[in-house]
Design a protein around this ligand. Structure first.
Ligand SMILES: C[S@@+](CC[C@H](N)C(=O)[O-])C[C@H]1O[C@@H](n2cnc3c(N)ncnc32)[C@H](O)[C@@H]1O
Length: 199
């Protein structure tokens, strides 16, 4: 059996950054918002150093973001591929972490995690769901509440914009939301800048 990926949004750069970052965090409890076919999830399952308490919470609609819809990306098999890929990654380790799949909109599921007692508990949170600024801002604030003191939140696509639009629309990009979050929370957070992020 082989992994079934149709995209590599996670990419070599992200993989390099994670390879350096994750051993410094040694995360036991992780949350990924926006999982698609599980490229980043399988990386976490394969490469992280685990204790027997490790688990990953995976939030996605498996229905695609606005940019997927504009391009008519066929999402019908994406969830199936996610399940296949994650199961395959788990099979490769006897000490594989538990993967909790949560299907739905992040602005509905992250508050549910808070209500279920997961506040201030995640070591590592990866935000890679909707790329629309209002959604990214909600994901950022909820992730802050879910992240434990000293934990790390990673935002994907800081400098992404949708080339489908002739004029760059800042509300259609994560950057405005990430900058706003950083500005409002500057007394509560430290920033780890990664080499490919352009400020
Ligand atoms: C760029 S892809 C994620 C890529 C993934 N992290 C990887 O490693 O390949 C974005 C994903 O976010 C999901 N998504 C978009 N908006 C969402 C929302 N509001 N709530 C939950 N998931 C969402 C889409 O269905 C899509 O699978």
């Amino acid at each position: 059996m082989r992994y079934e990926f149709t995209n590599n949004w996670f990419g070599n750069v992200d993989e390099k950054i994670w390879t350096q970052l994750l051993p410094q965090i040694n995360p036991e409890k992780m949350l990924e918002t926006g999982c698609f076919e599980g490229r980043a999830t399988t990386h976490l399952v394969e490469k992280s150093v685990w204790s027997d308490q490790c688990e990953i919470f995976c939030v996605d609609t498996w229905d695609g973001g606005l940019e997927n819809k504009i391009r008519g990306v066929n999402m019908s098999k994406v969830e199936e591929r996610f399940e296949h890929n994650v199961a395959l990654a788990q099979k490769q380790r006897t000490d594989a972490p538990k993967v909790n799949k949560l299907k739905g909109l992040s602005h509905q599921l992250l508050p549910r995690l808070l209500a279920d007692g997961h506040e201030n508990s995640f070591d590592f949170i990866y935000v890679d769901g909707s790329h629309q600024s209002p959604d990214v801002l909600i994901d950022a604030v909820l992730s802050f509440l879910l992240c434990k003191t000293g934990g790390v939140i990673g935002f994907d696509d800081y400098s992404w914009f949708d080339p489908a639009y002739e004029v760059k629309d800042i509300v259609n990009c994560p950057k405005l939301a990430i900058d706003s979050f950083i500005n409002v929370y500057f007394r509560k957070i430290d920033i780890i800048r990664t080499p490919n992020a352009q400020m």
